[in-house]
Structures are given as structure tokens and as C-alpha cells.
Design a protein around this ligand. Structure first.
Ligand SMILES: *Cc1c(COP(=O)(O)O)cnc(C)c1O
Length: 387
């Protein structure tokens, strides 16, 4: 098999003696041994026999193996949510006195972990602008910097960061580069090919793609993943086998789903650009995007999220949401159902105006997670709300 799409569909847990065609779900907390010697050897890490589902589980392994193929990763570990993947990657690899360098446009809960909780353990942080130059990144590194953490495209501002450029800086200073690839998905970009050491995912979003379960994963360098595995197997954020069974099936359709999500998103972005109610539309594959050339170089598609800024600011944003008829008003993204959100009055309302602007969130910014409904129905709902 030459192609990833075939490989992930054909990578599966071993068939049981029942010869089932679909992958079985191993909903079990623990695994049995034939004798004390086998059990001793498993606990001594002399075999890779499953012991307990907090450590490993065949259904979870199928999900991880498939994600590793998609991300070109050596190894991986699956977690109960995206946030436990992010947190696990920090706690396993950083220690008191270390410094983490990140951007001011990162997922809200990740910001809370970095700015509120890591300092409690003596781990310092600083943020840099998403559009900082290579020299500015260099200047932000301290002798204590152990990890660079970034998202591209950023949420919700859809800024694009040059991952290959950051990885040059990270390699030069022997710093771990950890990239949240939730927005692009491995169909849109593979950060490891651009020099990242680790990739974290919220599988809750596009990977599930149908708004059903929470899940997360970290994939990447084997030595680093081993540390994360040891941390997680003792602290307990492991993915449930049931969620892994759902998410592993979802990976089989990720590429075909993302093709349609991204085609719908590009169509919407092109149709909305120039609308008289809108100041600007932001989408990585629109020529008007400030980092369009970087997006074209590192991404295979523009992703499934489109943003636009309403004339009329905060009040216009609230009004727009109230006029929406078909799109869902909900906190998720990456669903078959299109979702509209107004970050300034909801997800990012607790930030100061200055903090919001630094993260690319203007008062009238609307974020659309473009679903799989017919593209003209999505467009029609947005146009009637704009009017
Ligand atoms: C949702 C999200 C997360 C957190 O994932 P959960 O599965 O909700 O814990 C992390 N990063 C990004 C970019 C997200 O959108």
C-alpha cells in the first residue's frame, strides 16, 4: 500500500477468532495472564502485553497507530481530551526553573494552563506575537527555554505561523517544538515534516467531526512520547476505549470529510469577501490573508474555519448571532453542522480589550466552523443574518 489513506483504513487491531470485519471494541479495564511468569514479565516491561487500560488498550492503540501514520510520527499516546494531551506534554517534559515560549493567540484553556498553573510549579512563560520575525523569536529565547508551543492556524484569529522557520530556531537552541495541529488536522498540514518534535491534538474537533466524544493525543519523537506515556500512565488521563473506537473509525473518513469542509469554507470565504456589511474576511487560502504565502507553502488546504469582521463591532456581533437560523450557536467546532460564534462576547469575553486585540479578536469578529450542509444553504443563512 502506497497511500496513507489506504494504510490507515487497513491498519487495525488483530481480528479475534470470530472473524469480525469491523474493528472490535475492547471495553475492558484490565487484561489477564496465563501464569505468574507472563505477568511478571509484563510488569517488568519485558513484553508489550496489555496490563491495564490506563497504560494501554488494543482499541486505543489502533487509534494511535492510525494518527501516527497520518502525522508521520514515530509514536503517540491518546488522552481523554485535547487539554489532557496539552497538559501531559508540558508536565512530562518541563520542570521547575524551565521556561516555555508561546504566542498570545492560543486556545483559551491552554493559555490558562501556561499562565496560571505552570507558574505554580516554577515553570515560567512568555508570549510573542504570531507575526514575529525569526530574529524576534531568537531574542525571546532564554537559557531556560525548554519548549516552544504554538498553534497554526490560530484560534480564532486564523493567523498563520511559519512552522519551518520556528523549527530552525528551536533546533539551533535544542528546544522542543510542540505544535497544536487541531485546526489544520493532519490532512491540512503535518508539522513533523516541517521540523516539529511533538504534535498535540484535540480529537474532539475535526477528528471526531461529528460532535460526539472528547479525545486527544500527542504524537512525535519516540523518546519524548515515552516520557509522556510514563507521566500519563501514572496520572490517569488515558483515552477511554469506547472513545478510541469512535475516533479510530472517524480517522477513516477524515480526508473525505476535510476535503468537503475545506471546499465549503473556501466557497464561503470567496462569496463573503467584499460584502457591504463586512470589514474583512479572513481565510488562509484567500489571497487577501496577511500570511497567504506561508499558508500556501505549509498547508494543503485552507482548513474548515472562516472568520469575518462585522461593521458595527460588538453589538453587530450579538445581533448577527440572534439572526442566525440554521447554523448552531455552540462552543464546539469541527462538526458536520456549521457553527457560528462571536468570540468577543462569549469564549474570550473575560479577556481585556487589549488582550483580545493581541490575539486577533476584534469586537465584530465572527468565527464560522463550516459544516457539511450544502454550501449554498450555509451561505444563505449567513447572508440573511447579515442583512
Ligand atoms: C478544543 C481545543 C483544544 C482542547 O481540546 P479538548 O478536547 O476540548 O480538551 C486545544 N486546542 C485547540 C486549538 C482546540 O480547538
Amino acid at each position: 500500500m502506497q497511500h496513507k489513506q489506504s494504510k490507515i483504513i487497513r491498519t487495525r487491531v488483530d481480528q479475534t477468532k470470530n472473524h469480525e470485519h469491523s474493528s472490535p471494541l475492547f471495553l475492558t479495564s484490565s487484561f489477564t495472564f496465563d501464569n505468574s511468569e507472563d505477568m511478571r514479565a509484563a510488569f517488568a516491561d519485558e513484553t508489550d502485553a496489555n496490563i491495564y487500560s490506563r497504560f494501554s488498550n488494543p482499541t486505543v492503540k489502533e487509534f494511535v497507530d492510525r494518527l501516527c501514520i497520518l502525522e508521520n510520527a514515530e509514536a503517540g499516546f491518546a488522552t481523554s481530551s485535547g487539554m489532557s494531551a496539552v497538559f501531559g506534554s508540558f508536565m512530562a517534559l518541563l520542570k521547575k526553573g524551565d521556561h516555555i515560549l508561546s504566542c498570545n493567540a492560543i486556545f483559551g484553556s491552554t493559555h490558562t494552563v501556561i499562565a496560571k498553573y505552570l507558574p505554580k510549579y516554577g515553570i515560567d512563560y512568555s508570549y510573542i506575537n504570531t507575526n514575529a520575525t525569526e530574529a524576534a523569536w531568537e531574542a525571546a529565547i532564554t537559557p531556560q527555554t525548554k519548549m516552544i508551543y504554538l498553534e497554526s492556524p490560530t484560534n480564532p484569529g486564523l493567523d498563520i505561523i511559519d512552522i519551518a522557520m520556528i523549527s530552525r530556531v528551536a533546533k539551533k537552541h535544542n528546544i522542543i517544538l510542540n505544535v497544536d495541529n487541531c485546526f489544520a488536522t493532519p490532512i491540512g498540514q503535518t508539522p513533523i515534516d516541517l521540523g516539529a518534535d511533538l504534535v498535540v491534538h484535540s480529537a474532539t474537533k475535526w477528528i471526531d467531526g461529528q460532535g460526539r466524544v472528547l479525545g486527544g493525543a500527542v504524537v512525535g519523537r519516540k523518546d519524548l512520547i515515552h516520557e509522556i506515556y510514563l507521566f500519563c500512565r501514572s496520572t490517569g488521563p488515558s483515552m477511554s476505549p469506547f472513545n478510541a473506537w469512535i475516533l479510530s473509525k472517524s480517522l477513516e473518513t477524515l480526508e473525505v470529510r476535510m476535503d468537503r469542509h475545506c471546499a465549503n469554507a473556501l466557497y464561503l470565504a470567496e462569496k463573503l469577501e467584499g460584502n457591504s456589511q463586512i470589514n474583512f474576511v479572513k481565510y488562509p487560502f484567500l489571497a487577501s490573508h496577511p500570511q497567504h504565502s506561508i499558508a500556501k507553502a505549509q498547508m494543503k488546504n485552507g482548513g474548515g474555519i472562516v472568520c469575518f469582521e462585522l461593521k458595527g463591532g460588538l453589538e453587530a456581533g450579538r445581533k448577527f448571532l440572534n439572526q442566525i437560523k440554521m447554523l448552531s450557536l455552540t462552543a464546539n467546532l469541527g462538526d458536520t453542522r456549521s457553527i457560528a460564534s462571536h468570540p468577543a462576547s462569549t469564549t474570550h469575553a473575560k479577556l481585556s480589550e487589549a488582550e483580545r486585540l493581541a490575539a486577533g479578536i476584534t469586537p465584530g469578529l465572527i468565527r464560522i466552523s463550516v459544516g457539511l450542509e450544502h454550501r449554498d444553504d450555509i451561505l444563505a443563512d449567513i447572508l440573511q443574518a447579515l442583512n
